[in-house]
Design a protein around this ligand. Structure first.
Ligand code: HGY
Ligand code: MN
Ligand code: MN
Length: 406
């Protein structure tokens, strides 16, 4: 393949080579070497297409093709460049690449727009390395400040600020992004709805709220052979009962309530030693905030009761929270009209996955447009969207940007 890609398909394959795993997945976590290589390669690719590119001081990468009027508002389009561990090649990457190609195409065909068109490759959205998610969009929209990352460590004990500095970013005097006319994100659905309904485009009305927690259960480590069961204060016994109660509670709510225990750490993690401490994470989501709060209050009460019953110490810390948001109805109406005019099938839906667009609603109208995910699989090396569906999404994005900016 030429050093830089020309088509959407080539570009997605090309970007996926940065952080490619042996199992065919992609791992590009914030401020890692592969993350920086991917951002730098995107920067060069955009410059080769005439974009003026720049980094902000935390590693969000921007590519701008200016309008006739530099003071004109900006339409920002993009998504995130980071991935989960052993993730897919489309989650985030598709929205960044499509943004570059859409803006490039409009310039070539129609010349300078009336509004500035800018693409952003947001530095981090997943929360897969450090216990913070949407760091890139969160700084741009004022959800976060530098204080929110002081003291954060990854699972290897690497300090967030050290990793950021090592990657070349210093987060000095960061200022909120203003003068944005709209933020548009093109993204894979990461769920099965569009494929099941045989629809080409998802128009997202609501992005669910989510709360992510870390639970620490402390007991008494001891010898596996000489400690009778009735003498034990085994945190893993407690954690298992807590996790079971969480799953059972989640079934008492409507289907929109989802709860996931994605990480479980047992210390000292030795076969013939009763654990001393267990840590696990909870990712809970729902489109209605009061339901999420009700669910949290229910399972946290249960956890502390179980801790008391088993003589264990329980700590519960919330490390990520984002409210459910409604996407911009005027932008969604435009997307719907584009689909009707072009004979593209669509489905108006909610998003069970969180997205950067959710945070941009704080500072400007925002929309997120979905394309189907095969079998609804995502956050996996088996994540896949057909070339045709990817191109349809790009066509809709390009038309939307044309209608907004020209
Ligand atoms: O987890 C999510 O909802 C998103 O894919 N980061
Ligand atoms: Mn994503
Ligand atoms: Mn994701």
């Amino acid at each position: 393949m030429a050093q830089f890609p020309n088509t959407l398909k080539q570009a997605i394959e090309w970007l996926s080579t940065f952080g490619k795993d042996s199992d065919g997945g992609v791992t590009r976590t914030l401020y890692s070497k592969t993350w920086r290589e991917a951002q730098d390669a995107l920067k060069k690719w955009m410059e080769g297409r005439g974009f003026h590119t720049y980094y902000d001081s935390i590693g969000n990468l921007f590519g701008r093709l200016p309008s006739d009027d530099a003071e004109a508002p900006t339409i920002l389009v993009g998504s995130h460049v980071d991935t989960v561990k052993s993730g897919g090649k489309y989650d985030g990457a598709y929205g960044v690449i499509a943004g570059v190609l859409a803006i490039n195409h409009l310039y070539e065909k129609f010349g300078k727009p009336k509004m500035n068109l800018e693409v952003v490759s947001l530095c981090e959205e997943e929360g897969s390395r450090f216990p913070i998610a949407c760091w890139g969009s969160g700084m741009m929209t004022g959800v976060y400040s530098l204080n929110d990352v002081v003291g954060l460590m990854d699972s290897e004990g690497v300090n967030f600020l050290d990793a950021m500095k090592e990657s070349g970013f210093h987060c000095q005097n960061y200022s909120l992004r203003n003068n944005l006319h709209a933020f548009i994100e093109l993204h894979i659905e990461q769920g099965p709805s569009l494929e099941k309904l045989d629809k080409e485009i998802g128009i997202v009305q609501t992005i669910v709220g989510q709360k992510r927690f870390r639970i620490t259960v402390k007991g008494e480590t001891n010898h596996a052979g000489t400690t009778l069961m009735k003498w034990r204060k085994d945190p893993l016994h407690g954690a298992v009962k807590m996790i079971l109660s969480l799953y059972e509670a989640s079934m008492q709510y409507d289907d929109n309530l989802v709860a996931t225990v994605g990480q479980l750490f047992v210390a000292p993690n030795v076969p013939n030693v009763i654990p001393g401490q267990v840590d696990f994470t909870i990712d809970a989501r729902h489109p209605v905030e009061s339901t999420l709060i009700h669910f949290y209050e229910r399972f946290s009460r249960e956890f502390f009761l179980l801790g008391k019953e088993l003589g264990l110490e329980v700590e519960l810390s919330k490390w990520h929270e984002v409210l459910p948001v409604q996407m911009d109805s005027k932008l969604n109406d435009k997307v719907l009209n584009i689909c009707c005019e072009k004979g593209i099938s669509y489905h108006v839906m909610n998003s069970g996955a969180g997205h950067d667009a959710q945070l941009f609603t704080r500072i400007c109208p925002a929309a997120i447009i979905f394309v189907p995910s095969r079998a609804g699989i995502s956050h996996s090396p088996f994540e896949y969207t057909s070339h045709q569906d990817l191109e349809t999404g790009l066509k809709v994005l390009t038309q939307l940007l044309y209608e907004l900016a020209y």
